[in-house]
Unconditional design. Structure first.
Length: 342
C-alpha cells in the first residue's frame, strides 16, 4: 500500500465541498469511468469580480483522487479566475503534505479539470484532448499526447517512470512504451531548446531500460471460469444522494442483471477486493506464482504478477477468474489489470 500523509487521509474520509453545485456557471470534466478515474469540477464565479465564490466536485476514483479533488476546491474558493489559472498540480500535492509518486496523476487530473472549467468560463479555446482510439498514446488508461506533454512540461519529467506516475500512461499492458518514450524525448528536446531544461537532464530516445519479461508455465484458478471483460462504456449519468460528508460521484457503471449486494463505500470495496485476492494467493503460490493487489481505482483493480504468474500465456484466464470473483462480491463489473510495481 502507498504511504499517505495524515492530510490525504483526512481529505479522503472527510472530503470538503463534495456534491453538485446547482448554480455553477463554469464546469470542467476530465477522465473516464472506463479508465478508472473521473472528475467533474463545478464553479460559481462572480461575473463582476471574477472571484470564485463556491466550488464543488464529483469524483469517481481512488482515495488520492477524492483527496486531490477536495483539496483543489479548498485552494481555489476565494481566488479570482486569473489567480486560479496559476495553480499547478504540485500546489495540490503540497497542500496535502505530499502524495506518493505513484499517485501524482490524481493531482494532475485536478489541474486539468480546473483548466477546463476556467476555459469554459472565459470562453477561451483550449487544445481538445483527442480520445479517439487511434489517437491515444495509452489505450489502457485513455491518456493522449496533449495531457502527457502538459504533465512533462509542467513537472519537468525526464523518465518514463515519472511520466507513468503523473499520467498513468504506460502503467498497463506496456504496448505504448515506444510512442510514449518517443514523445518524452521530443518534448524534452523542445524544452532544452527553450531553455526550460538542461541538455544533460533530457531523456534520449532508446535510453530507457527495457522491461524484463519472464517465461513461465501457465495455470488457471481451480473451479473458476474465465470471465469476459466488462463493457467499457458506463451507464448514463445519475445523481446519487450521499450522506453529509460522504463521497459524490458523477456517474457509475451499470449494475449487473442479477440482484446486487448492498452498495459499499470505495474504502470497503478496496478491502473486499484485497480479501478475495488474499484468499486466492495460496493457490498461486503452490504453482510458483503470486498476485498482489496494488490499488483499486474506481472500476479498475490493479494487481502485480510475479513468478509463474508473470508473463504466463494463461495470465488472461487467471485475471479473468479474479475479476469474476471481485465483480460478484461487489455487485458491479470491475476490470482487473496487471501493472508493474516500482
Amino acid at each position: 500500500m502507498w504511504d499517505y500523509s495524515d492530510k490525504v487521509k483526512d481529505y479522503f474520509f472527510n472530503p470538503r465541498n463534495a456534491g453538485a453545485l446547482a448554480d455553477a456557471n463554469a464546469v470542467g470534466e476530465v477522465g473516464s469511468l472506463s479508465c478508472g478515474d473521473a472528475l467533474k469540477l463545478m464553479l460559481k464565479v462572480n461575473p463582476e469580480t471574477d472571484v470564485i465564490e463556491d466550488a464543488r466536485f464529483q469524483t469517481f476514483g481512488c482515495g488520492s483522487a477524492i483527496a486531490s479533488s477536495s483539496a483543489l476546491t479548498e485552494l481555489i474558493i476565494g481566488k479570482t479566475i486569473a489567480e486560479a489559472k496559476t495553480l499547478t498540480n504540485q500546489d495540490i500535492a503540497d497542500f496535502l503534505d505530499g502524495l506518493p509518486p505513484e499517485k501524482m496523476h490524481c493531482s494532475v487530473m485536478g489541474q486539468e479539470a480546473l483548466q477546463a472549467a476556467v476555459a469554459a468560463y472565459t470562453g477561451e479555446e483550449v487544445d481538445e484532448d483527442d480520445h479517439e482510439e487511434g489517437a491515444l498514446i495509452c489505450k489502457c488508461f485513455g491518456v493522449d499526447a496533449g495531457m502527457i506533454e502538459r504533465a512533462i512540461r509542467g513537472n519537468k519529467l525526464t523518465t518514463l517512470e515519472m511520466v507513468t506516475f503523473y499520467t498513468k500512461a504506460g502503467g498497463g499492458c506496456n504496448s505504448c512504451r515506444e510512442p510514449l518514450e518517443e514523445l518524452l524525448a521530443d518534448v524534452n528536446a523542445a524544452m532544452v531548446a527553450e531553455g526550460a531544461l538542461r541538455a544533460d537532464e533530457a531523456h534520449v530516445f532508446g535510453s530507457a531500460p527495457k522491461p524484463v519479461k519472464k517465461k513461465a508455465q501457465g495455470f488457471v484458478i481451480p473451479d473458476m471460469a474465465p470471465a469476459p471483460m466488462p463493457p467499457a462504456k458506463p451507464s448514463a449519468p445519475v445523481q446519487i444522494a450521499m450522506p453529509e460528508g460522504g463521497l459524490a460521484v458523477a456517474e457509475k457503471p451499470a449494475a449487473p442483471a442479477a440482484p446486487a449486494p448492498a452498495a459499499l463505500s470505495p474504502a470497503k470495496e478496496a478491502i473486499a477486493a484485497a480479501r478475495i485476492i488474499e484468499e486466492l494467493r495460496p493457490v498461486f503460490r503452490r504453482d510458483g506464482g503470486d498476485v498482489e493487489l496494488v490499488d483499486m481505482e474506481g472500476s479498475l483493480v490493479l494487481v502485480h504478477l510475479t513468478g509463474a504468474c508473470s508473463g504466463c500465456q494463461l495470465a488472461a484466464q487467471t485475471l479473468g477468474g479474479i475479476q469474476k470473483k471481485i465483480s460478484d462480491a461487489l455487485g458491479r463489473p470491475v476490470r482487473v489489470m496487471p501493472v508493474a510495481k516500482t
